[in-house]
Write a protein that binds this ligand. Structure first.
Ligand SMILES: C[S@@+](CC[C@H](N)C(=O)[O-])C[C@H]1O[C@@H](n2cnc3c(N)ncnc32)[C@H](O)[C@@H]1O
Length: 211
């Protein structure tokens, strides 16, 4: 509990729609992210997009607690502000929470899939999609890693259950979240099990079915 307590003492981790609350030391949907990563024990996890690291850090914490040398690739081009721009600051932020298993790439998904680092990924056991919240980008994010998903992989989409007018990229770049439209299509697939949580900004959880 001490780690959670320390984590939630940072106001940054009470934002962005994960149904967190400080008064009862509650990670909200974060428990689910952590628990799923404890259960499926990913060797390779990917997280696309984050405001201050709530999701990648909880997945990385689970991976660390699994003690199986798993790693998390975190893809974020820092388009909302400068928070992820300076590698030394990014590493120091993660180290503050005793996490050294996160590898940040200051790239969009589009740029990352053109890189050598992408070529070297053998498989993906856990994929969390929380980047630019349009149906088109969520589809691109998923399809970038679909062929690499392992048999037991989990795929989660945040901000995925309703439209929302977001100004996170500035007043001139307001846009509407439309990931929910992609989810309506995705739920028809019979190669994934599915559950949805409406708390906070909502999260859609898919688990690959074994053939
Ligand atoms: C602000 S976060 C979303 C907030 C999130 N709900 C949370 O809890 O952190 C969205 C992030 O997606 C990133 N992003 C935007 N477009 C992207 C893209 N094409 N590929 C990868 N990341 C992207 C932005 O840099 C931003 O930091």
């Amino acid at each position: 509990m001490n780690w959670v307590n320390q984590f939630l003492s940072h106001p940054e981790f009470l934002e962005m729609g994960h149904a967190q609350s400080k008064s009862d030391n509650n990670l909200g949907l974060g428990w689910i992210y952590y628990a799923l990563a404890r259960v499926n024990k990913p060797k390779n996890a990917i997280c696309i997009g984050s405001w201050r690291g709530f999701v990648p850090m909880l997945i990385a914490k689970a991976i660390k607690d699994n003690q199986n040398d798993g790693q998390l690739i975190f893809i974020d081009p820092s388009l909302a502000d400068d928070f992820w721009r300076t590698p030394s600051k990014v590493n120091a932020w993660f180290e503050k929470f005793e996490l050294s298993n996160i590898h940040h790439h200051l790239k969009t998904t589009q740029q990352f899939i053109e890189s050598q680092d992408y070529q070297q990924i053998a498989s993906v056991d856990f994929l969390f999609i929380d980047g630019y919240h349009t149906a088109e980008q969520a589809k691109l994010d998923f399809e970038a890693f679909e062929k690499l998903l392992s048999d037991d992989a989990f795929v989660l989409f945040h901000d995925s259950i309703r439209p929302y007018e977001s100004g996170i990229y500035g007043e001139d770049s307001k846009y509407t979240h439309t990931v929910y439209q992609y989810m309506a299509e995705f739920k028809k697939r019979n190669d994934f099990q599915f559950i949805e949580f409406e708390q906070g900004s909502g999260v859609s959880v898919f688990k690959k079915c074994k053939n």
